[in-house]
Design a protein around this ligand. Sequence first.
Ligand SMILES: NC(=O)c1ccc[n+]([C@@H]2O[C@H](COP(=O)([O-])OP(=O)(O)OC[C@H]3O[C@@H](n4cnc5c(N)ncnc54)[C@H](O)[C@@H]3O)[C@@H](O)[C@H]2O)c1
Length: 286
Amino acid sequence: MDIKNILVVGSGAMGSQIGLVAALGGCTTTVQDISAESLAAAREQLSGRVDSSVAKGRLPRGDADAALARLSFTTSLEEGAANADLVIEAATEKLDIKRSIFAALDQATPAHAILATNSSTLGSSKVADATGRPGKVCNMHFFNPALVMKCVEVVRHPGTSQDTVDTVMALARSLGKAPVLINKEVPGFVANRLMGAIRDEALRLYADGVAGFEDIDTAAKTALGHPMGPFELMDLVGLDVSYLIRQATHAETGDPADLPHPALAALYEEGRYGRKTGKGWYSYDH
Ligand SMILES: NC(=O)c1ccc[n+]([C@@H]2O[C@H](COP(=O)([O-])OP(=O)(O)OC[C@H]3O[C@@H](n4cnc5c(N)ncnc54)[C@H](O)[C@@H]3O)[C@@H](O)[C@H]2O)c1
């Protein structure tokens, strides 16, 4: 199926940039949010980004203007859904919110439309049964910042059709991304699991007194070529986010190995969340 019209639901950190990625890729794109303020902020931020790409010579002015002309913003789900070939849902990470969005999309979109979720933690099987078209539902998981990061994880649930997978993979390629097909819904999918394994090993090495966290970060950067060490990355993402994800994973699996590492829990309990609070593993001047 040829995807021409895209609806992005949610205009926060992810939805706004996914909207511009789709418009730059030639799709007529609507970004919808229940919050008019969030839409206004998204519109302003995206036009600022486009202007700075033009100023740096990375984007011709004509292409930028054409992309912005293909991009619209609305608070009405029905308006954006009416002619959508594909929807990327990037709303708040709460299952009840996502299920009600998917039920509404099922009513408001044409029968051929694919309904994808950008969720990092909820497999699409959790929303597919809120629709009458589970075969057309999957995860299309972009990474932050979506305008920059190439990886898109396309995750099928047991009922996702091959046609849906093929269409979403092809769309991601046409948007200049490098799609990765994931055949099973596992917590964290692939990239975040890899990152989690490195983070867990880093925490073990540190807690066992094998090396200081600064030295572990140095090894990751200078021996493995990572742009950032695992402790620096935890500070950037937010130690609260890392902690809460582990709690959520543990709630799902019941496996004590999934609980947050005690060294991470200790910082979380002290309110040291990383860059956002000025202190995490490292200290930051605001
Ligand atoms: N932030 C990340 O690094 C990241 C990375 C990959 C994937 N994700 C996923 O992307 C999704 C969005 O995350 P985010 O960081 O952009 O969140 P965010 O909080 O920045 O934005 C969420 C937006 O959804 C809107 N919203 C809430 N309920 C809605 C509804 N019923 N209809 C329409 N809009 C609604 C909110 O007003 C808000 O603007 C989540 O599912 C998350 O798991 C996030």
